[in-house]
Design a protein. Structure first.
Length: 134
């Protein structure tokens, strides 16, 4: 089996105005490393991300909202995140992030019937953490 050569690109940009910023990116695999015999659901992969951030109180606090979407061989994944970050002291940050995700995909049953099945999943994730820069 011969797979297509790697041929992908990613474009992205950030626009910042004062304490407000907006960022976005788009990625396309261009059927890279795929073969229509093996990849029965599709050969395309596209990813796009968009986000915004606002810093306030002289950069001591920031809030952000981001959305990620992936369509990988007709399997879809979406995640939306909201975060808050605080500069506690010099080189010390604390943050909390809440993410809600949803996935829809297909798979082939591995038994001898090789039946195509649909699968869905969704959930929430909370991350609490810190960062120390020396």
């Amino acid at each position: 089996i011969k797979f297509k050569d790697l041929n992908a690109y990613n474009l992205g940009a950030v626009i910042k105005y004062g304490q407000f910023s907006v960022a976005g990116s788009f990625m396309n695999y261009n059927k890279s490393l795929s073969n229509s015999t093996v990849d029965t659901f599709g050969v395309e992969t596209n990813i796009h991300v968009i986000g915004t951030r606002y810093d306030f109180l002289e950069g001591k606090y920031s809030v952000s909202l981001n959305h990620f979407h992936s369509d990988h061989k007709k399997n879809k994944f979406d995640a939306t995140s909201m975060g808050v970050e605080s500069l506690i002291g010099k080189g010390i940050k604390a943050y909390i992030q809440f993410t809600r995700f949803q996935a829809k995909g297909k798979y082939i049953e591995t038994d001898t019937t090789r039946v195509i099945k649909n699968d869905k999943s969704k959930g929430d994730i909370v991350i609490i953490g810190g960062k120390i820069a020396l």
